[in-house]
Design a protein around this ligand. Structure first.
Ligand code: AQP
Length: 334
């Protein structure tokens, strides 16, 4: 039975990259058939330092962003990871299945650890095994993510396959990464070779879902570009990553193809393109920001929604973890 599962870390304010690469697509899966399960992966956020005084508020803010972007907690299951024990429990079992060599190939770990890899948490290294647990605790089969998470979903498939092989079972399905649209990798506004990220030290590198119209316009106006006019086709932007990024963002916001956008702006420079991009960005994000603020005005209601989601999630995941333990031969005497 197909089941959609995906998550976002409440490790900071969510960005336009998270919206276009993930949230917007999460909402689009609702009502299409498969059950949809969306998770604020707070245990993942802990893999880098989180201020305890901020983490709960960031989790509520991320929940508000999900709902403001169209994730309906009645149609979908929406909850934070740490309220459902199955995630951490299955992650340990998967730590015994995953191989060190597989983890050593993970590019996100290399990027985040940088040169200082002796001093990062063990959790950051084990992150992909926890992500495999997130998905497989629900027998998730469809995983909408941005391009940066493709490698982790592939590792999830490897873990499922090795578990099934080692224990002579077909218990875990092989989940598919769904990476679609013009915004599978939104890049930093300051550097076309880096992805837009909520933890980038430069606020000017990203558009936050909480930015107001002035901040959005100013960031787009200052976004790094070149002095060339726009061509008529994306294939002619191959060597211009910053320009390509802005066109992709425009296309994702308006649900057009990048080539359709370029057909309208061919021959024009960024003096004309940037104000047009600001306009579509403000028109899309403005209502989302306003709805977020409405949800955030009632934090107790957000907590109630996440608690309800966690109970529904637990009802699916708990039996799957119990069955996994039985398959592995762990004694259960009560
Ligand atoms: N720039 C992006 N373009 C498209 N999709 C993106 N995603 C993240 N950045 C972009 C997608 O958003 C989902 C949630 O990501 P995450 O919060 O779990 O962690 P991340 O991928 O590491 O994202 P960030 O924003 O860069 O977070 P930090 O800075 O905390 O590491 C995923 O589906 C991801 O692909």
């Amino acid at each position: 039975k197909p089941r959609v599962f995906s998550g976002i870390q409440p490790s900071g304010g969510l960005t336009l990259g998270n919206y276009l690469g993930a949230l917007k697509r999460f909402a689009a899966f609702q009502g299409t058939g498969p059950e949809t399960i969306y998770c604020l992966v707070d245990l993942h956020a802990l893999t880098v330092w989180q201020d305890p005084a901020l983490l709960a508020d960031r989790t509520r803010e991320a929940a508000a962003a999900f709902m403001a972007a169209g994730v309906d907690p009645k149609q979908s299951i929406l909850f934070n990871q740490s309220q459902v024990p199955a995630h951490a429990e299955l992650a340990w079992l998967f730590n015994t299945v995953a191989r060190l060599g597989w983890m050593n190939r993970m590019t996100q770990f290399k990027d985040k650890a940088g040169k200082n890899s002796e001093n990062v948490s063990l959790g950051l290294y084990a992150y992909p095994a926890l992500m495999a647990a997130d998905i497989l605790a629900y027998h998730g089969t469809l995983v909408p993510v941005g391009e940066d998470q493709k490698q982790h979903v592939e590792l999830t498939r490897d873990i499922a396959a090795k578990f099934n092989h080692d224990y002579g079972t077909e218990f875990f399905p092989s989940p598919e990464p769904l990476i679609e649209g013009a915004a599978t990798r939104v890049m930093s506004l300051r550097d076309g070779s880096k992805k837009m990220s909520k933890s980038d030290p430069s606020d000017a590198s990203r558009i936050n879902l909480t930015d107001d119209a002035d901040a959005i316009s100013q960031k787009i106006r200052k976004a790094r570009t070149d002095a060339e006019p726009l061509p008529g086709r994306m294939s002619d932007l191959a060597a211009r990553p910053e320009a390509r990024n802005l066109v992709n963002i425009y296309a994702a916001l308006t649900d057009e193809t990048p080539d359709a956008v370029l057909a309208r702006f061919e021959g024009q420079g960024f003096g004309a393109f940037k104000p047009a991009l600001s306009e579509v960005a403000v028109a899309t994000l403005g209502p989302i920001t306003r709805r977020m603020q409405e949800y955030l005005a009632d934090p107790a209601e957000i907590d109630r929604i996440l608690g309800d989601g966690a109970m529904r999630a637990d009802a699916i995941a708990h039996p799957i973890v119990e069955e996994t333990k039985a398959i592995m031969g762990l004694l259960r005497s009560r």
